[in-house]
Design a protein around this ligand. Structure first.
Ligand code: HEM
Length: 254
């Protein structure tokens, strides 16, 4: 029982480490949208053009990391509940219980966000017209490629969706602020003297991720509401919106 809990703790920490690394790489990739249509489209296209075994290998690896992280977390929470006596709880145990409850709650909402996000931008079932957005801007050889820039701008022009993304990023920030330092404790390399430093690095990293991800939806909203011009204004014209809507088969009722 002890060794299996320890194994789960290690697995949870290792998969957490993989996800901590992934969010940084993904955030840095997304920020290229600020450099304009050609830059982000070329970047997205270079990822889509990776050999299939690398693309699908990393997708499956990431999916496995998310599922194992969620499953080990759930199973450890259940084990801890069973092991903890109801009465005479010491303050420290109570606090640890509350922290894991908070991590479980933020983690579950982030999991739901990831499902929505994949349907939004990767599988593109929420707005099927995103799959039809093609352009030669950013293409390495003048052939048509997917217009990731137009999809992102169109995606975040919906206030409610942008707000949902920013709230999800705030929860991710809260999750990382605690989780970052916990990883090092779980794998047994967080000494008491390093605890305060790792806690601080974790909080700094969480804020970096929050700000880096939130800039994208917030910059689109800022331009849509006339606060600041980050992008080519032609992407904010009525014609672009109309054209995007007209390519949606769900809107072609006439
Ligand atoms: C404002 C925040 C975010 C933006 C703007 C964003 C943007 C994108 C875009 C545009 C794609 C599709 C890429 C393409 O197929 O061309 C994508 C895919 C993806 N995103 Fe995000 N993302 C954000 C936050 C997140 C977060 C917080 C996570 C995970 C915790 C995440 C996980 C993923 C995954 C797993 C994929 C699928 C990658 C693949 O196709 O293999 N994203 N994201």
């Amino acid at each position: 029982m002890f060794s299996s809990s320890l194994g789960k703790k290690y697995l949870m920490a290792l998969t957490g480490l993989v996800l901590i690394g992934f969010v940084f790489v993904h955030m840095a990739g997304n920020l290229q949208v600020l450099a304009g249509q050609a830059q982000i489209n070329a970047y997205a296209h270079s990822l889509q053009s990776l050999p299939w075994f690398i693309l699908w290998g990393s997708r499956l690896f990431l999916l496995a990391a998310v599922l194992i992280h969620a499953w080990t977390a759930y199973s450890l929470i259940v084990e801890n509940r069973k092991a903890r006596p109801d009465s005479n709880e010491v303050e420290v145990t109570k606090r640890a219980g509350l922290a894991s409850l908070r991590m479980g709650l933020t983690g579950s909402i982030i999991l739901a966000f990831i499902v929505f996000h994949l349907l939004h931008f990767t599988v593109r079932t929420i707005y099927p017209e995103y799959a039809e957005m093609m352009t030669t801007v950013g293409s390495p050889n003048e052939s048509e490629i997917h217009d990731a820039f137009l999809m992102i701008i169109s995606g975040f022009k919906h206030d409610i969706i942008s707000v949902f993304y920013v709230v999800a990023m705030a929860l991710l920030c809260a999750h990382l602020a605690h989780g970052f330092s916990s990883v090092f404790q779980s794998i047994g390399i967080r000494s008491e003297s390093w605890r305060a430093k790792l806690d601080l690095i974790g909080v700094g990293y969480a804020w970096l991720i929050f700000i880096g991800f939130s800039i994208v939806p917030l910059s689109v909203l800022a331009q849509k509401h006339g606060i600041y011009e980050f992008y080519d204004p032609s992407f904010f014209s009525q014609e672009v919106d109309d054209e995007a809507l007209s390519t949606n088969p769900l809107n072609n009722e006439s």
